[in-house]
Ligand binder design. Structure first.
Ligand code: ATP
Ligand code: MG
Ligand code: MG
Ligand code: MG
Length: 477
C-alpha cells in the first residue's frame, strides 16, 4: 500500500468518527522552545495544556516532523528518519482510553479490502505503563490481546509529560512483530528491532507538579478534562505494509537510493557499509527538500545549521560512495518526484528549493577542496616522522574550514598517517565549554564571543515537549 493511501485511509477513518482534519503545520514550530515540529501534538499544545480552548473536541492530522536527535540512528536502524510524518488523533476532553484503543485496533486490523490497514492481529503487541491496569484490561477486552502480548513498562518508556508542571499521564504503545528472522523473542521490552514501535497512545490524565526529571515528578490530581494524544509513524507503517526491510525503502524515499546508486555505481543491497550510506543520503536529501520547502535556508545558526549539516552529511556520504561531482541535482530531483504528490509545493517551488540546495553543495565541495590542500600539507609534514597528525591540526581544519573529523581521519589514513583523535576531542570539549560559558554570559548580559561558528557546537540540543525528553545531546557529525 502506497504511503499516500495509508495517509488517506487514516484521515478518512478519523474524519468519519467525528475528528476535524487539520492540515500539517510547517516544520518550523510556532513553539519558541522548539527548533522544529517533533511530533504531531506540537501544534495542539495550547489545547492540550488548556492554555487555549480547543476549537474542536476531536482532531486528526498527518504532521511533518524533524527529529535531529535521531540522526545517528538514520540508516543503521530500520525505522528512524530525520524527517518523517506522524499521523495523530486527538481528543480534547472528549473520548478517552477505551475509544483510543478501540480506534487504533480497528484501523490497524480491519482488512485492507474493508478500508483498514490489514495488520495481522496475532503479530501486534501492546505496552502499558506499569500500574495502568485500566489500559491493560482494555487491551484484553477490546482487542482480545492475550496477557502474554501486553508488556508493562516504567516511566522512562511509558509516561508522558511536558518536562514542566502541567498535564501528564501514562502511554500505551503498539508494536508489530516482524518475526523470528528479525531478532530475539520476548516482545518490545526485549528487542525493538524485531518488534517495531508503530503507534504511541498518550493518556493525559493527571496534573503533575514538581517535575524534576523524566521519571521523577509528583502526581497531584486527576485532570477534570482528560485528553488523548496519539502518534503513529507513517513511514513505519508504510515499510511494514510495503513488504520492504526499512523505512528508507518505501515509495517516498527509495527513488533517492536508486538515484544515488546510479550515480555511484554501487548496488544497493550488496554491501552493508554502502547501504547505510545510501540510506543516509536518501533520508537527508528528503529532509533537506522538506526543510527548504518550509522556508529554512542553510546557515550558521539553529535551524539553518541543522539543514547545512544534513546537506553536508549527504554530500559526504556520496563522496564516500565514490562520487566527487555535485550529486544534489539528481538526488533532489528524485526526492521531489517521490514527495510531490503528497506535497505539491515541493514541485511548484522547486526552482527556489533546488537553487538553495545546489549552492550549499557547491560551497561544501569548495570547502572540501581548500581543506584537502591543507590536510595534505599537514599530513606531508608528519609523514615519515611521528606519522600522527596532532589534535591541534585536526581541530584547526574543523574549526576554520568546517572539515569534518571523520573526513580528516579517513584522508589521513589513506596516506598512512593517524590522527590524535583524543586531542581533537579534548579541544572540541573545551570549545563547547567556552561556548556554554558565553551563552551564560550572554543571558546575564555579559560580553560574548561573536564567533557564530563556535556557538554552533551547542545547537544539538533541541528542547522537547513531545512524547519523550529529547534533551540528550543530538550531535550531528
Ligand atoms: P523509537 O522508540 O522507535 O525511537 P519514539 O518512542 O521515540 O520511537 P514517539 O515519540 O512515541 O517515538 O513517536 C510516535 C511515533 O512516531 C512512533 O511510535 C513512531 O512510529 C514514529 N517515530 C518516532 N520517531 C521517528 C523517526 N525518527 N522516524 C520515523 N518515525 C518515527
Ligand atoms: Mg525515539
Ligand atoms: Mg519508543
Ligand atoms: Mg514511543
Amino acid at each position: 500500500m502506497q504511503t499516500a493511501e495509508i495517509k488517506r485511509r487514516w484521515l478518512q477513518f478519523f474524519e468519519s468518527r467525528g475528528h476535524t482534519v487539520v492540515p500539517s503545520a510547517s516544520l518550523i514550530s510556532d513553539d519558541p522552545t522548539l527548533m522544529f515540529n517533533v511530533a504531531g501534538m506540537v501544534p495542539f499544545i495550547p489545547y492540550l495544556t488548556g492554555r487555549e480552548p480547543a476549537p474542536f473536541n476531536r482532531a486528526t492530522s498527518v504532521q511533518k516532523c524533524v527529529r535531529t536527535n535521531d540522526i545517528d540512528e538514520v540508516g543503521k536502524t530500520t525505522r528512524h528518519g530525520t524527517f518523517f510524518q506522524m499521523n495523530g488523533n486527538f481528543s480534547f476532553g472528549d473520548y478517552f482510553k477505551a475509544e483510543a484503543i478501540e480506534f487504533a485496533w480497528a484501523l490497524l486490523t480491519t482488512p485492507q479490502a474493508d478500508g483498514g490497514l490489514g495488520f495481522d492481529p496475532d503479530r501486534l503487541w501492546a505496552t502499558v505503563y506499569h500500574d495502568d491496569d485500566e489500559a491493560f484490561g482494555l487491551w484484553q477486552s477490546i482487542a482480545g490481546l492475550p496477557e502474554s502480548r501486553i508488556q508493562r513498562r516504567g516511566k522512562a518508556d511509558n509516561y508522558w509529560h511536558t518536562g514542566q508542571a502541567g498535564p501528564g499521564g501514562p502511554c500505551s504503545e503498539i508494536y508489530y512483530d516482524r518475526g523470528p528472522g528479525y531478532g530475539s523473542e520476548g516482545g518490545p521490552e526485549a528487542d525493538e528491532d524485531r518488534y517495531i514501535e508503530i503507534w504511541n497512545l498518550v493518556f493525559m490524565q493527571y496534573q503533575l507538579e514538581n517535575v524534576r526529571s523524566k521519571v521523577d515528578f509528583d502526581v497531584v490530581a486527576e485532570l477534570p478534562k482528560k485528553n488523548i494524544d496519539t502518534g503513529m509513524g507513517l513511514e513505519r507503517v508504510a515499510f511494514l505494509l510495503q513488504d520492504v526491510e526499512n523505512m528508507y525503502e518505501i515509495d517516498e524515499v527509495f527513488p533517492v537510493i536508486e538515484a544515488a546508486s546510479k550515480l555511484s555505481g554501487r548496488t544497493y543491497g550488496a554491501n552493508h557499509e554502502d547501504d547505510v550510506r545510501l540510506r543516509v543520503v536518501a533520508d537527508h536529501v528528503r529532509s533537506a527538500l522538506m526543510l527548504i520547502s518550509d522556508g529554512v535556508t542553510p546557515g550558521n545558526e539553529a535551524r539553518g545549521y541543522i539543514l547545512r549539516r544534513l546537506i553536508r552529511r549527504a554530500v559526504r556520504a556520496m563522496r564516500l560512495l565514490g562520487v566527487e561531482e555535485p550529486a544534489m541535482p539528481s538526488l533532489l530531483t528524485a526526492s521531489r518526484g517521490a514527495m510531490q504528490s503528497s506535497y505539491p509545493e515541493v514541485g511548484s517551488d522547486f526552482d527556489r528549493i533546488s537553487r538553495i540546495a545546489y549552492a550549499e553543495e557547491e560551497a561544501f565541495l569548495r570547502t572540501l577542496v581548500s581543506g584537502t590542500a591543507l590536510l595534505n600539507q599537514a599530513v606531508a609534514g608528519v609523514r615519515g616522522g611521528s606519522n600522527t597528525l596532532s589534535g591541534d591540526k585536526a581541530f584547526a581544519l574543523h574549526d576554520t574550514f568546517g572539515f569534518p573529523i571523520d573526513l580528516t581521519l579517513e584522508m589521513a589514513a589513506e596516506q598512512g598517517v593517524s590522527v590524535d583523535e583524543q586531542g581533537f576531542r579534548t579541544l572540541m570539549a573545551e570549545q563547547r565549554d567556552r561556548a556554554k560559558a558565553d551563552a551564560r554570559a550572554k543571558k546575564t548580559g555579559g560580553v560574548s564571543d561573536t564567533s557564530a561558528y563556535r556557538e554552533l557546537r551547542d545547537i544539538g540540543e533541541t528542547p522537547f515537549v513531545g512524547y519523550e525528553s529529547l534533551s540528550q545531546d543530538s550531535k550531528i557529525r
